[in-house]
Design a protein around this ligand. Structure first.
Ligand SMILES: C[S@@+](CC[C@H](N)C(=O)[O-])C[C@H]1O[C@@H](n2cnc3c(N)ncnc32)[C@H](O)[C@@H]1O
Length: 324
């Protein structure tokens, strides 16, 4: 391993440690959901996407499968060359429909999937090579904006940015506004963003998606404690924590927690964290949106709304926005 790479690896694991300790030292303990995705977390998330109760992926796939021509036209009708970038691409299963259509239409573009998980990028790379050998793609490991900044600086083609799977919902309303403002600042007027949003719907349907009957979401949350044990020298006893999910239909916030089942002491490296019985660790929000909230987010962050594509149940929307 080169010194530079070693320093980078050290820095990432030091950052992980810093975030974990800071989060667990707060009065209301929390962990950042961006650390869910190690190899086991990636696998569990793929199982969540395939599960009966997690409707989000099927809904967005419905849009990408059945509205492919509209999506493609909205991207290509400007007639100029473009780079296609995907933030938090994951396994790219829905994006494949769009990529295939763009290639079938003879479009000349490069694809830049960005993800914080090296493991899922490798899986995506293999899939792309096998199913779309003609595609020119550049796997980009890193945090959303760090990686996007590099790509934007390196090429002057217009940009089309995908942000699918309602990843935007993994932020509080204040954070998502800040995120979209940052995104429009980094891009140039005329650039496009296609963003997936999970819509408000029957609260029981939403709650079940994150509290699935197979218990995969519970394993997914607990896996972060396992990752802390393995990578940061922690000694979490996983059987002493339980997944709890809530959905508030007024605010649209669906939140996951891990609840301590006893008074206990956890050691992470040389740090000691105390938990009280029933004390929660806040793990992730999956915010649900109304169409009005989505339009307001666009307008308040420097975009204009070009179109909205809904799945057949109207449970999910992919919005296309243009930077002003
Ligand atoms: C909920 S999954 C969704 C994947 C994909 N967008 C989809 O719709 O299927 C979130 C993905 O975003 C990645 N991710 C989460 N936080 C990230 C960050 N801050 N920077 C880059 N990638 C991130 C994760 O590794 C994971 O692959």
């Amino acid at each position: 391993m080169s010194l530079l790479l070693e320093q980078l690896v050290l820095t990432q694991s030091q950052l992980f440690l810093k975030d974990v300790i800071e989060g667990l030292r707060l009065d209301q303990k929390e962990l950042s959901s961006k650390y869910f995705y190690d190899a086991e977390g990636d696998l569990l998330f793929q199982q969540i996407m395939a599960s009966e109760d997690y409707y989000l992926t099927r809904c967005e796939e419905d849009i990408f499968r059945n509205k492919t021509s509209e999506l493609t036209l909205a991207i290509t009708n400007r007639g100029t060359l473009f780079d296609l970038i995907e933030l938090g691409a994951g396994d790219g299963s829905k994006t494949l429909f769009l990529l295939k259509e763009l290639i079938d239409q003879g479009e000349d573009f490069d694809f830049f999937p960005i993800d914080i998980s090296k493991n899922i990028l490798e899986i995506l790379g293999q899939n792309l090579q096998e199913s779309l050998p003609e595609l020119s793609f550049h796997l980009t490991e890193g945090d959303y904006f760090e990686a996007l900044r590099e790509i934007v600086t390196a090429s002057h083609k217009r940009k089309v940015v995908l942000f699918l799977g309602s990843n935007i919902g993994n932020m509080s309303p204040g954070e998502s506004l800040e995120f979209c403002r940052h995104l429009s600042d980094l891009l140039s007027p005329g650039d496009l963003v296609i963003m997936g949003f999970d819509l408000r719907k029957n609260p029981a349907t939403i709650l079940r998606a994150y509290s699935d009957r197979e218990g995969i979401t519970s394993k997914f949350n607990l896996n972060l404690l396992r990752r802390i044990n393995r990578e940061l020298g922690g000694d979490f006893n996983l059987s002493q924590f339980e997944h709890y999910q809530s959905y508030d239909p007024i605010s649209g916030a669906c939140k996951s927690y891990l609840v301590s089942l006893s008074d206990q002491k956890v050691t992470i490296g040389d740090q000691i964290i105390l938990f009280k019985e029933n004390e929660p660790i806040y793990m992730e929000v999956s915010q649900k949106f109304s169409p009005e909230e989505i339009d307001a987010l666009a307008v308040n962050s420097g975009f204009s709304v070009i179109a909205n594509w809904y799945d057949s149940k109207k449970w999910f929307v992919d919005a296309i926005w243009e930077v002003q």
